[in-house]
Design a protein around this ligand. Structure first.
Ligand code: SF4
Length: 335
């Protein structure tokens, strides 16, 4: 497996977060067993950003929730600094015991509407330290300043802030826990483009300043192209393509990645005309197709794809799970 997360190109970078053969299943009375994540492996190096991309239902958020201890791991391992994280649901882990914080898309639902902003920001710090209320407030104001909000915001309530300002507050709260890893789960997806770009720039500054490591979960390829050094593409719970962002986004090979990029006109418009269009809607994650999970939508499908599941392998400076990667490279080389 290619070591995704080495965007700087340095082979001696530390692997901070390692995910191996992660499987997450959900059981419900109506739908039976749904395998949301089916054997995902990732290495994320310290102070890099790995983007996990894919459509709704691809398993991105389940990977995030498993890493945070918010959902049960069926099998596989998650390690930070080579130490295993618990496989059971572990709210303590979610609260940052392992140096992980998560920022969700909906900042409103993660802030207590009754609390002044400073109290929400100081929540992780208050859980760890017995400092006075005045000291917690001072630290919260300092963090608010750091994310671009003036001290006057400290006593406001969440409903008095715009969507972008609320997301800055949730970032400040994540920083209050002194995290090493921040999971950004569709954290900029609800914002308009100009606010999104400001938040992405802020995240980039914070990463450099604090040597943060990001797992950036998104279906927004524009945002991914801006922030990520490395990319892993998920389809129905499996990694289908992974590698350096400049390789995977500029020269996608897997038909699913090509289709995702084709859907975003602003990314490499010169390559759009040669991009692959996926056919139809995603399959039901509760009932994935045999063989290659993408075969019903793939314009390059052959008989083998319907019966043999493609293994993830290294090819052309990336990991790819496709029987026809070599053919697709030739077929699309001059397109
Ligand atoms: Fe398409 Fe076959 Fe490759 Fe799957 S294995 S992406 S169906 S060509």
């Amino acid at each position: 497996m290619l070591s995704v997360g080495s965007a700087s190109g340095s082979s001696c970078m530390t692997v901070l977060l390692q995910v191996r053969d992660l499987t997450v299943t959900y059981r419900s009375r109506n739908r039976g067993t749904l395998t949301a994540v089916a054997g995902v492996s990732l290495d994320i190096h310290e102070a890099t950003t790995l983007a996990l991309i894919g459509e709704s239902g691809s398993g991105k958020s389940s990977v995030a929730r498993a890493i945070c201890g918010l959902t049960m791991v069926e099998s596989g391992a998650i390690k930070i600094d080579e130490c295993d994280l618990p496989r059971e649901i572990d709210p303590a882990s979610a609260a940052g015991q392992h140096g992980i914080q998560i920022v969700f898309q909906d900042a409103s639902s993660s802030l207590d509407p009754r609390w002044p902003i400073w109290k929400s920001v100081s929540e992780p710090r208050r859980a760890r330290s017995r400092s006075s209320s005045a000291e917690h407030r001072r630290a919260a104001v300092s963090l608010l300043n750091r994310v671009g909000l003036p001290a006057s915001f400290a006593d406001r309530r969440p409903h008095q802030l715009s969507g972008g300002q609320r997301q800055r507050v949730t970032i400040a709260r994540a920083l209050a826990a002194d995290p090493r890893i921040v999971i950004l789960d569709e954290a900029v997806s609800a914002l308009d483009v100009s606010v999104r770009n400001e938040i992405l720039a802020l995240l980039d500054e914070l990463k450099r300043e604090r040597r943060l490591t990001y797992l950036f979960i998104s279906h927004d390829m524009g945002a991914v192209a801006q922030i990520a050094g490395d990319v892993a593409v998920l389809y129905l719970g499996k990694v289908v393509e992974a590698g350096r962002a400049e390789t995977v986004i500029r020269h996608p090979l897997h038909p699913y990645t090509r289709a995702l990029i084709a859907a975003v006109p602003s990314i490499h418009p010169e390559r759009r005309r040669c991009a692959t269009q996926a056919i139809g809607e995603p399959d039901d994650p509760a009932n994935p197709p045999s063989g290659c999970r993408f075969h019903r939508r793939c314009p390059y499908v052959i008989d083998r794809c319907r019966s043999d599941e493609p293994a993830r392998r290294e090819y052309d400076f990336r990991d790819i799970a496709c029987h026809r990667a070599e053919d697709i490279k030739k077929l699309t080389a001059n397109a």
